[in-house]
Design a protein. Structure first.
Length: 318
C-alpha cells in the first residue's frame, strides 16, 4: 500500500488554525469582539479533523463524515454570531433565531442514519455515495448563513474610513474563499474523492490570510502577545547560547589537560549563572525594542505620545 500523502495535507491548515486559536485566546484587546471568533475557529478545527480521521480510519469513516457535516453548519452559525459581535450589530435578531433553530434541527439529522447513508473514505479522499436530499438542503442553508455574515461584514466595512477597512477586507476574503471552495466541492463534487483537495487547500489559504491580517493590519489585536513571546523566547535562547559558550570556553582555558569533575566546574557555573541573571533584563530590553520595530513599524508609540503630550501641556502653562 502506498504511503498516505493526501491526509497529510490537512496538517498545515490544522496547525495554522490552531496557532490562530492560541493567539486569539491569549490575545489582549476587546475580549467580546475578538475572543468570540474562538467558537467558529474551533468548529473549523473539528470540521477538518473529522475529515482527516475519516480518511485514515475506514471502519469509522461514516461516523466521522457525519460529525464533519454537523461541524460545518455549526461553523456557519458561530461565524455569523461572531461577525454580529465583531461589527456590533444592533438590528433584528430574527435571522439569528431562525438560523439557530435550523442549525439545531439539521445537526440532529446529521448524526442520524438518514442524512448520510453511505460514504467512501480512503487515502484518496471522501465521496458521498448515498445521502438524503436534506443533505443538499443543509449545504444551501450553510451557504446562506455564511452569505448573511459576509453581507453584514461588507456593509459595515464600507461605512468605515478607508484606512480602517483593510483588516475587514482580509477577514472577508480569507473566509469567503474557504466557503466558496468548500461549497463547490460539497455541492458539485460530493461524489468525487479527489475534490477533497479543495477542502484542505481552502483551510490553508484561510490560515495564511488570517496571519497576514493579524501581522499586517492588526486583525484581532494579538500582536502584543506575539511580541512578548518572541522577545522572551529570543532572550532565553541567547542566554542559553552564552551559557554553553562560556562553559566550553572555561573548560578549554582553565580545565585543559585536567580530568573533568563536577566539583571543579561548579564554582564556574555559579559565577556564570549570576552573570546571566544580571544580563537577562538588558537582553530582553534589546529584543523588546527590536520586535517593536518589526511588528509595530508605522504605528505610534504610546509612551512617546504621552511624553510629547506632557511636554506640550507644560509649555502651554509656562
Amino acid at each position: 500500500m502506498d504511503f498516505p500523502l493526501q491526509p497529510l495535507f490537512y496538517i498545515p491548515a490544522i496547525l495554522g488554525i490552531a496557532v490562530i486559536l492560541i493567539l486569539i485566546g491569549l490575545g489582549t484587546g476587546n475580549v467580546s469582539k475578538h475572543k468570540v471568533f474562538l467558537a467558529p475557529l474551533t468548529a473549523v478545527l473539528l470540521w477538518l479533523g473529522f475529515q482527516l480521521v475519516a480518511q485514515v480510519s475506514e471502519p469509522a469513516s461514516l461516523l466521522f463524515v457525519r460529525l464533519a457535516t454537523a461541524a460545518s453548519i455549526l461553523m456557519a452559525l458561530t461565524y455569523y454570531i461572531a461577525i454580529r459581535v465583531y461589527i456590533e450589530k444592533r438590528g433584528s435578531r430574527l435571522p439569528l433565531v431562525l438560523f439557530s433553530i435550523l442549525t439545531a434541527s439539521l445537526v440532529i439529522f446529521d448524526l442520524s442514519p438518514w442524512m448520510i447513508q453511505a460514504v467512501t473514505a480512503d487515502f484518496d479522499g471522501i465521496s458521498i455515495d448515498q445521502a438524503h436530499d436534506l443533505y443538499f438542503v443543509q449545504l444551501i442553508v450553510t451557504l446562506v448563513i455564511f452569505g448573511f455574515a459576509f453581507y453584514d461584514l461588507l456593509r459595515t466595512t464600507l461605512k468605515l474610513p478607508k484606512k480602517m477597512r483593510a483588516k475587514n477586507y482580509v477577514l472577508f476574503v480569507s473566509s469567503a474563499q474557504a466557503v466558496v471552495l468548500s461549497g463547490v466541492a460539497s455541492l458539485f463534487f460530493a461524489h468525487v474523492a479527489a475534490a477533497q483537495v479543495l477542502i484542505f487547500l481552502s483551510g490553508f489559504v484561510f490560515s495564511i490570510g488570517t496571519f497576514f491580517g493579524i501581522f499586517r493590519h492588526q486583525l484581532f489585536e494579538v500582536r502584543p502577545v506575539v511580541i512578548r513571546t518572541v522577545s522572551y523566547t529570543a532572550s532565553l535562547l541567547t542566554l542559553g547560547i552564552i551559557y554553553v559558550g562560556l562553559v566550553e570556553l572555561i573548560s578549554l582555558i582553565f580545565l585543559k589537560n585536567q580530568p573533568s569533575s563536577e566539583s571543579a566546574i561548579d564554582p564556574f557555573n555559579i559565577i556564570i549563572a549570576l552573570a546571566l541573571a544580571l544580563m537577562f533584563q538588558p537582553i530582553q530590553a534589546f529584543f523588546n525594542r527590536l520586535t517593536n520595530k518589526i511588528f509595530f513599524r508605522g504605528s505610534y508609540n504610546i509612551d512617546n505620545f504621552y511624553a510629547t503630550l506632557n511636554r506640550t501641556l507644560a509649555s502651554t502653562t509656562d
